[in-house]
Design a protein around this ligand. Structure first.
Ligand SMILES: C[C@H](O)[C@H](O)[C@H]1CNC2=NC(N)=NC(=O)C2=N1
Length: 115
């Protein structure tokens, strides 16, 4: 599991009709996505990036948004002074899918090591 580089994978369309990832599997995927945490009974993942000010948070949100639009898998993003929080869920299954973790690792790569 740890040897898989999710950043080399693409999001695949999720049509629903499959069960969401179990918490056990989600925890294994989390090991590949440093900084991300499970939320809402393991139906979502979240990471909050700290930035220097409001405009840097806004800029990160824009960059994350463009990346996610390219992949067709979209986050909920919240920004404020000095932070940008990113949440992923696969809506069709009201829970987590590998796509969410692919995006988490791609966002990590884009954002650098900001915690
Ligand atoms: C049709 C379209 O591909 C889907 O509605 C996509 C769009 N972006 C999405 N983004 C996220 N985060 N979860 C989804 O289930 C999702 N579904």
């Amino acid at each position: 599991m740890n040897s898989i580089d999710l950043t080399t994978k693409q999001c695949t369309p999720c049509q629903g009709g499959i069960p969401p990832m179990t918490i056990e599997v989600a925890n294994q995927y989390l090991a590949l996505a440093p900084g991300w945490e499970l939320r809402d009974d393991a139906t979502k993942i979240k990471r909050t990036f700290k930035l220097k000010n409001f405009m840097d948070a806004l800029a990160l949100a824009q960059r994350v948004g463009h990346l996610c639009e390219q992949e067709g898998h979209h986050p909920d993003i919240t920004i404020g002074w000095g932070y940008c929080s990113v949440v992923f869920q696969t809506h069709k299954i009201n829970g987590l899918h590998e796509n969410d973790f692919i995006m988490a690792t791609k966002v990590n790569m884009l954002a650098g090591n900001g915690a």
